[in-house]
Design a protein around this ligand. Structure first.
Ligand code: SAM
Ligand code: SF4
Length: 408
């Protein structure tokens, strides 16, 4: 989401005659798009912001993203940040930079209606909304990004149409919880179907589904349309019902596992990935073992494993962070080992098979890309293949990568 926001910021400023600076130390303005999900990301901003201002005292330092609305951050960085910009106030940025300017585009519309300057020529993120109303107790996003707001379906479809006619090969619809999408009589499943039915050859992805409201309709739409990549990112966060309740996730492990079962029945080849937080306040060893058991049963292809870190202002920050750092790291390691096994097992089915790969980078004589189910693939080839969908015959599989030869 931050990447997409930065693309909108770039296009917005270019529309007022600004251009990308070549050197941060001589730039007239520097924008920090911040993330508040983990403490580490926040700490980086505390180091970076004073450093930017020290090296370039004349620049206007603009801080946007998840930290921009936090009063403790504003206090801490008050001497170095010139403009605090909640991202939904993007249409007002020019007034803040140049108060005397008179020709100004509409400052009242949604910031999501501002088109981005895409950083890639073949793959694009298309936000369908912003904000989150779910209030998971550990998460900084709802207070940082505000209530859920969704883009009109026609606007999303128009952006996708333009990308397809410009030759984009991959479109990813994004929102904190796509399943809550509702606009112009479209729910998310209907929107996804409408995008997939646009004429043209492209791959369609989305992120992220909340397990509490991923619908049967969405599973059926995914199973029934070739253009929709069969990769589902379904954050479990934990596998113990008591921990899930204290996280305010509003589903049970039984519900989650039933969902996995429905997905695997409808799409036996689908890849399923997840997010897990280990060491949530009060998580006992037995409760962690329930998470490990769910993790084993779900047979994930990939997982983002995080150690709980208290985020200022969230309910979980007021709970006792009583799982030691050593224990959190042990729990993470245990899940990592399960993941290595399930990912390798899942990847075996690709051995000696031909797969389609969208090449996203090249180094020397090697190309790197992703399959429709999000496996990373390496094969021989050069940068002329970047942005193309190629066929690769897989001759070696590892836990997090497939290796093969280009099929001519
Ligand atoms: N909307 C998505 C969902 O429902 O799961 C997740 C978005 S969140 C910005 C990205 C991930 O960061 C979460 O899935 C969670 O695993 C992790 N995360 C968020 N807050 C955290 C915290 N306080 N400590 C550790 N990890 C955290
Ligand atoms: Fe955060 Fe929960 Fe919203 Fe995801 S669903 S962004 S974890 S509050």
């Amino acid at each position: 989401m931050n990447e997409s926001d930065s693309e909108r910021l770039a296009n917005y400023l270019e529309s007022y005659g600004y251009a990308l600076a070549q050197n941060i130390n001589t730039a007239g303005a520097v924008i920090l798009t911040t993330c508040a999900v983990r403490q580490m990301a926040e700490d980086r901003v505390y180091g970076l912001a004073p450093q930017i201002k020290a090296n370039n005292p004349n620049c206007k330092l603009i801080l946007t993203g998840c930290l921009s609305g936090r009063s403790d951050v504003q206090e801490r960085l008050k001497d170095v940040v010139d403009i605090w910009l909640p991202i939904f106030s993007l249409p007002k940025l020019i007034k803040l930079l140049e108060p005397e300017r008179t020709e100004i585009n509409d400052e009242t519309g949604s910031y999501l209606s501002i088109l981005p300057r895409y950083s890639s020529t073949f793959t694009a993120f298309v936000p369908i909304g912003n904000g989150c109303d779910n209030w998971c107790t550990y998460c900084a996003v709802p207070s940082a990004r505000g209530r859920e707001v969704y883009r009109p379906a026609e606007e999303v479809l128009a952006e996708c149409r333009a990308l397809i006619s410009a030759g984009y090969k991959e479109i990813t619809l994004i929102a904190q919880n796509v399943n809550s999408y509702q606009s112009d009589d479209y729910n998310f499943a209907q929107l996804l179907k409408a995008v997939a039915e646009l004429p043209g050859e492209f791959w369609l992805r989305y992120a992220t589904s909340h397990p509490k409201d991923m619908s049967d309709e969405l599973i059926a739409v995914m199973a029934g349309n070739q253009k929709i990549c069969q990769h589902i990112h379904l954050p479990a966060q934990a596998g113990d019902n008591e921990v899930l309740a204290r996280m305010n996730r509003k589903y049970t492990r039984e519900h989650y596992l039933a969902l996995i079962n429905k997905i695997r029945t409808a799409m036996p080849e689908a890849a399923i990935t997840t997010d897990i937080i280990v060491g949530f306040p009060g998580e006992t060893h037995e409760q962690f073992l329930c998470t490990a058991e769910l993790f084993r049963q779900a047979k994930y292809d990939l997982a983002y494993l995080a150690e709980f870190s208290p985020r200022s202002g969230t309910p979980a920050a007021r709970m006792i962070d009583d799982v030691s750092a050593g224990e959190k790291s042990q729990r993470k390691k245990a899940l990592d080992e399960i993941l290595s096994r399930t990912a390798l097992e899942n990847n075996q089915k690709f051995l000696n098979q031909e797969v389609e790969v969208l090449v996203n980078s090249a180094r020397g004589e090697r190309c790197f890309g992703k399959t429709k189910t999000y496996q990373t693939v390496q094969c021989q080839g050069d940068k002329s293949l970047v942005g193309q969908v190629v066929k690769v015959k897989i001759n070696e599989v590892k836990n997090f990568g497939l290796y093969g030869e280009l099929v001519k």
